[in-house]
Write a protein that binds this ligand. Structure first.
Ligand code: IPM
Ligand code: MG
Length: 356
């Protein structure tokens, strides 16, 4: 295949973890006979510095014209005091919205050899952890009407949580489809005891469930879900939830994997164009030191091959290589434990490439 990939290195550790991913993809291209062509574009803090805005139109246009988009990380202290619309994070939300990427897949898998890095007691994870969080990504209060006004209590601000039937239907279908390819278990997470938007959400999920009689469906309120995730992580398969609840629960789930540096993600819409990014942020405190964990980024590359290009064998080659490197005891600082071999960002990349 000949594929055009837009690269968004962004800020902080973004460029250095992305470099490793490109080297991995090039190795895959060589081995399996594909050609990947990359176009680098600016978004986030670097775009604010260079172009005066977090998401220039040129970036959006190039991303839209590509076969897929790979984003490393955006944000940093330097831009933290800018108004909401000018913050680097706007680039992320803008790209998700512009590209229509409503389904965000965040798989939290605990590699056996990383059990020590997981903060939960060993008996809680002895049966393994393999959870797919399906987060709605272009609706809810991240995209709803927001504003400020004066009240008797002084200045006030609001964000609106709103979901339409169609928005819930399509994310529910994505989640059921994924559950059908896994253990056929789906947990819907909402807050329907309190929120009207959750009541509509729940009723639509129940409607869509009729199309998937083989999938075992249960429901949890988000507060309870956050507790159950810690108490019985091994019993979850697929979780479907709203934008804000998914943001929170996917960070929680990331800890089951040992480190947020392990968690990849895919953001998908109607077509094959997707955006792939590690779940972690730009970590400005460790940027440029060659200590960041590139695995979340490299595994996001594997998700791109699988979900956008249908290259399952190539994706497996990357995943197996990561498992091998971990089994051999190599660790970046975030997942380091006693007796293991500590390596930097580049060395971790090289080890993974060597085993593909
Ligand atoms: C994530 C991040 C983003 C989000 C931020 C940086 C806008 O936390 O991808 O989980 O909230 O979606
Ligand atoms: Mg988040």
């Amino acid at each position: 295949m000949n594929l055009n990939i837009a690269l968004v290195p962004g800020d902080g550790i973004g460029p250095e973890v992305l470099d490793q991913n490109v080297l991995v993809l090039n190795k895959i291209g060589e081995k399996f006979g594909h050609s990947f062509k990359y176009t680098e574009v600016d978004a986030g803090g670097i775009a604010i510095d260079k172009w005066g805005e977090p998401l220039p139109k040129k970036t959006i246009d190039i991303c839209k014209a590509s076969d897929s988009v790979f984003l490393a990380a955006v944000g940093g202290w330097k831009w933290d005091t800018l108004p909401g619309d000018m913050r680097p994070e706007r680039a992320l939300l803008g790209l998700r919205g512009e590209l229509g990427l409503y389904a965000n897949l965040r798989p939290a898998t605990l590699h056996k050899s990383l059990a020590d890095a997981c903060p939960l007691k060993p008996e809680l994870v002895k049966d393994g952890v393999d959870i797919m969080v399906v987060r709605e990504l272009t609706g809810g209060m991240y995209f709803g009407e927001k504003g400020r006004k004066q009240t008797d209590m002084g200045e006030a601000a609001w964000d609106t949580e709103m979901y339409s039937v169609e928005e819930v239907k399509r994310i529910a279908r994505s989640a059921f489809d994924i559950a059908m390819k896994r253990k056929k278990k789906l947990t819907n997470v909402d807050k329907q005891n309190v929120l009207e938007s959750s009541r509509l959400w729940r009723s639509v999920v129940l409607e869509v469930a009729k199309e998937y009689p083989e999938v075992e469906l249960d429901h949890l309120y988000v507060d309870n879900a956050s507790m159950q995730l810690i108490m019985r992580p091994s019993t979850f398969d697929v979780i479907v939830t709203s934008n804000i609840f998914g943001d929170i629960l996917s960070d929680e789930a990331s800890q089951m994997t040992g480190s947020i540096g392990m968690l990849p993600s895919a953001s998908l819409g109607k077509g094959s164009l997707g955006m792939y990014e590690p779940v972690h942020g730009s970590a400005p405190d460790i940027a440029g030191k060659d200590i960041a964990n590139p695995i979340a980024t490299i595994l996001s590359g594997a998700m791109m091959l699988k979900y956008s290009f249908g290259l399952a064998e190539e994706a497996n080659a990357i995943e197996n290589s990561v498992t091998k490197v971990l089994d051999e005891g190599y660790r970046t600082a975030d997942i380091m434990s006693e007796g293991m071999k500590k390596v930097g960002t580049k060395e971790m990349g090289r080890l993974i490439i060597d085993r593909i």
